[in-house]
Ligand binder design. Sequence first.
Ligand code: 3PG
Length: 215
Amino acid sequence: MPISPKSASLRAREICALAPIVPVLVVKDIAHARPLAEALVAGGLPALEVTLRTPAALDVIAEMARVKGGVVGAGTLLTPQDVRDARAAGATFGVSPGATDALLEACEAEGLPLLPGAATASEAMRLLARGYDMLKFFPAGAAGGADMLKSWASPLPQISFCPTGGVNLANASTYLSLANVACAGGSWVAPSALIAQGRWDEIETLARNASQLER
Ligand code: 3PG
């Protein structure tokens, strides 16, 4: 069923409310999908963004979607085909580094709630004009960091953000303390070396530390 931009942003806000951090996941091996998702959910991070950056990503989404308590989305959505593939795999939300009309139309037509990326005031305004008021701020660190979001709070008070890119345990609190930040995204809770070595307990600990960040 199609979804309106307003409803998509409402759903994105609900997902962002689940935990302060949304793990950004790059998973190469389907065998890692279930234990990784279980560790993150057990650590208190239920919303998971699986990036479409590996050949296994769609299978990983399908596998993670079966993990109890998880809310699994697809990241790095670039094309309408990515949207259809992600939906078919079982993703319940999407994340994109930026936004094109074709991508927005596909998400709306497929009924996939999207957290679209913006890095400038004009990009944010274009998305707001279409009805999106919950956006990903990407690449957060390189595009101006918390100072940039703070500057947008006054002229763009309707918009909430999920800063992603360069966010880590040390600087996450600075972002999360801002009134226009709903949650933040980051890959630090699931480092590729720990995934490759199956060190799920350590990932659960990273997730737990992230889940306890105040906002
Ligand atoms: C990404 O595109 O990989 C995400 O923005 C995550 O960025 P990070 O690795 O800096 O957390």
